[in-house]
Unconditional design. Structure first.
Length: 173
């Protein structure tokens, strides 16, 4: 498997895990799209999460679609301080800078990253809630790709990670 395909599989698995752990948020996936995580995927996810934390700050890029627009997030996430900083572009046009930390999401208009953020004066800040927007889901997934200790891949396959105690199919009858 190529690195690009492996990364794509990892993101897909992580999105499924995040959706499964998102409390009351409804899954936007069709029932047929939900599947158990494979042994290889859970081992890869456990390894990537630990390596990201061990490396500290990582460059991040995410691409997704929001209301028919191709959106790209480019920036950095520091897995030791749990803070991220990025630039959001829609259809190739930079529009917003974002800062997030797993609990808070702050945005401001901007067309380049600029200097690191030292104050949120002039930024719009609110709770980072994966149920509110595709961007919030992406930021939550990126924040979840780091762990301060190796994880048990079996627990990942069972959906028991980072406080998540259910799998996408759990609780459905």
């Amino acid at each position: 498997m190529t690195r690009r395909r492996a990364a794509g599989a990892l993101v897909a698995v992580t999105l499924l895990l995040t959706a499964a752990c998102s409390g009351g948020a409804e899954l936007a996936l069709e029932e047929s799209a939900v599947r158990p995580v494979t042994v290889a995927e859970s081992e890869r996810l456990a390894s990537v999460r630990f390596r990201n934390f061990d490396a500290g700050s990582r460059k991040v890029t995410a691409t997704y679609t929001d209301q028919g627009h191709d959106v790209v997030l480019e920036g950095w996430y520091d897995y030791t301080t749990h803070t991220g900083y990025g630039l959001v572009s829609a259809d190739g046009v930079p529009s917003d800078r974002v800062v997030w930390d797993g609990r808070v999401l702050a945005t401001t208009a901007g067309n380049h990253l600029g200097e690191p953020v030292t104050s949120l004066d002039g930024w719009q800040a609110g709770k980072l809630d994966a149920g509110t927007s595709p961007l919030a889901v992406v930021l939550t997934v990126l924040a979840g790709l780091g762990a301060d200790r190796p994880e048990n891949p079996l627990l990942i396959r069972q959906g028991v990670r980072s406080g998540c105690a259910r799998t996408p199919r759990a609780g459905r009858r």
